[in-house]
Design a protein around this ligand. Structure first.
Ligand code: SF4
Length: 71
């Protein structure tokens, strides 16, 4: 289950992808609609460990500190 959290947070997890160019690379058709720079996306990103769209302030029990899992 993904929940709201203060620490650790998805933003600090190696699975969290929120960089626009990396998102556009992972999802080749994404910029047909717009670009990953859009303000609608806000602080959400893709969890490549669980294949979910998550918000940076969420967390789950699969959290991996950046650098521990290769991210
Ligand atoms: S594994 Fe969990 S903590 Fe890490 S980005 Fe995904 S949902 Fe967030």
């Amino acid at each position: 289950m993904v929940t709201e959290a203060t620490d650790p947070r998805c933003a600090d997890c190696s699975g969290f992808v929120d960089q626009p160019l990396q998102l556009e690379s992972e999802f080749p058709g994404l910029n047909i609609l717009s670009s990953a720079l859009g303000s609608v996306r806000a602080d959400s990103g893709w969890c490549r460990l669980r294949d979910l769209i998550v918000v940076s302030r969420h967390s789950c029990d699969q959290f991996q500190e950046r650098g521990e899992g290769g991210g």
